[in-house]
Design a protein around this ligand. Structure first.
Ligand SMILES: [Fe+2]
Length: 118
């Protein structure tokens, strides 16, 4: 949560630097990913399967964020906004870290337990 607040803060600084007013528009894809995870929770037959599904859902979210921030970093570099690219890169690195932690969880005992119980 703290990391997300800092990421939001970075975006606000970037918008301010570029004289952009954020619209507050809700991302339809992210909303869909969250809805998909919620549906999985409702259908999961036990806690282990639910945990495996939640990890998979969170991995999708992180990969989507990595895609978005990766593109934003590249655009900032191409447009010559080096300081903004650096700020976005910090967030991109955090998203990679989060994705890697989820990968470790997925490859660990939770998925194996879900297979054992299926
Ligand atoms: Fe994230």
């Amino acid at each position: 949560m703290e990391e997300t607040k800092e990421q939001k803060n970075r975006l606000e600084i970037i918008c301010s630097t570029m004289h952009i007013t954020p619209s507050g528009e809700i991302c339809k894809t992210m909303k869909g990913l969250i809805k998909e995870a919620e549906s999985f929770i409702e259908e999961a037959e036990d806690d282990e399967i639910m945990d495996a599904g939640l990890i998979a859902g969170a991995q999708r979210v992180e990969h989507y964020e990595i895609s978005g921030y990766g593109t934003a970093v590249r655009y900032a570099k191409e447009l010559g906004h080096r300081d903004i690219a650096k700020k976005l890169q910090v967030t991109l690195d955090e998203e990679y870290d989060a994705g890697n932690k989820l990968d470790e969880l997925a490859e660990g005992r939770l998925n194996r337990k879900a297979i054992d119980q299926a």
